[in-house]
Design a protein around this ligand. Structure first.
Ligand code: HEC
Length: 250
C-alpha cells in the first residue's frame, strides 16, 4: 500500500522520539508525555491525521456509534494525552484533550474525538475506515473524510471474475457463504467497505482478527481476481483490482 508520512511529520516523529529518549537519559523528572498528532498522506487522498508512529487516526461516526456495541468498541482505542497535544503540519488550535465518558483524557481535533483501530498493524494501514460503519478517517481540515481510492480504474473483466470465482469457492466460501451471505466470516453482500481496495487487499493478504492471512496461498493475480470477484458480485459494484495493487499491498 502506498503511504508516506510527509517529510516534516516524519522528522518531527523522530525528533519527538529522540527528545523523550534524551529526557530519560538525563534522568530529569519527565513530564507526562504530550501526544503528537501529525499529517499523513497517501496517493490522491485528502491529507489525514496520523499519530507520531504514522498510524492512521479515526473518529467514530456520531450517527452510527450507537450501533457500535461493546464488542465493536473493543476495536477502537481512544488517543489519550495527559497534557496539551502537539500538532505538526496541522492546525494546532483544533487539538484538545478532554476527559471523555470513561474519564480518560482523550484527544479531539475540531471537536472530533480521535481513536486508533486495532486492525491497523503498520503505518499506512487504513483498515478502520468504514469498520462497522463507524470508523471515519479525519482530514487535516478537521472534517471526517472518505478516502478516495488512488490510481487508474481497473475493469472487472469476465476473465478476472472467473478466476476470482474459483478462489472464492475453494477458499472463502467456507467462511463467508457461497453467495457472500456471511457465516463465520462477515457478510460480503452489499458490503460498503469493499469500496476501499487497499483495505480489502490487506484483509486477504494479512488477515484481520479471526480472518486468516491468505497471502501465502495465492499469487498477486489470484488475490486481485478474488478481490475483484467479491467487489462485483451479489449486488456489489466497486470495479476491478489489479495484480499491481495486490503486489503493493503485500
Ligand atoms: C477461516 C475462515 C475465513 C476464510 C477462509 C476467509 N475469511 Fe474473510 N473473514 C473471516 C472472518 C472471521 C472475518 C471477520 C474479521 C473481523 O472483522 O474480525 C472476515 C472478514 C473478511 C472481510 C471483511 C473485512 C472488513 O473490512 O471488515 C473481507 C472483505 C473478507 N473477509 C474477505 C475474504 C476473502 C476474499 C476470502 C478468500 C480469499 C476470505 N475472506 C477467506 C473469516 C474467513
Amino acid at each position: 500500500m502506498k503511504f508516506k508520512l510527509t517529510h516534516t511529520a516524519a522528522a518531527v516523529a523522530c525528533a519527538a522520539a529522540l527528545g523523550f529518549g534524551s529526557l530519560a537519559n538525563a534522568n530529569t523528572a519527565a513530564p507526562t508525555s504530550a501526544t503528537l498528532i501529525a499529517k499523513g498522506s497517501s496517493g490522491t487522498m485528502t491529507p489525514f491525521l496520523v499519530d507520531a508512529q504514522g498510524r492512521t487516526l479515526y473518529t467514530l461516526s456520531k450517527e452510527n456509534k450507537a450501533a457500535c456495541d461493546e464488542a465493536c468498541m473493543k476495536h477502537w482505542e481512544p488517543v489519550v494525552s495527559e497534557s496539551r497535544p502537539l500538532g505538526r503540519d496541522i492546525l494546532p488550535g483544533l487539538l484538545k484533550a478532554e476527559k471523555n465518558e470513561q474519564g480518560v483524557s482523550q484527544v479531539s481535533y475540531g471537536g472530533l474525538p480521535l481513536y486508533r483501530f486495532d486492525g491497523d498493524k503498520q503505518p499506512g494501514d487504513m483498515n478502520g475506515q468504514g469498520f462497522a460503519d463507524v470508523g471515519v478517517m479525519v482530514s487535516v481540515l478537521g472534517t471526517a473524510d472518505k478516502p478516495e481510492v488512488a490510481g487508474e480504474k481497473v475493469e472487472a473483466t469476465p476473465e478476472l471474475m472467473a478466476a476470482g470465482a474459483k478462489v472464492f469457492s475453494s477458499t472463502c466460501a467456507a467462511c463467508h457463504g457461497a453467495e457472500g451471505q456471511g457465516a463465520f466470516g462477515t457478510k460480503l453482500e452489499g458490503f460498503d467497505r469493499l469500496a476501499n481496495a487497499p483495505a480489502l487487499l490487506s484483509t486477504i493478504i494479512h488477515g484481520l482478527n479471526s480472518m486468516p492471512a491468505l497471502g501465502g496461498q495465492f499469487n498477486d493475480e489470484q488475490v486481485a481476481a478474488v478481490a475483484t470477484y467479491v467487489r462485483n458480485s451479489w449486488g456489489n459494484k466497486f470495479g476491478g483490482v489489479s495484480a499491481e495493487q495486490a503486489k503493493a499491498a503485500r
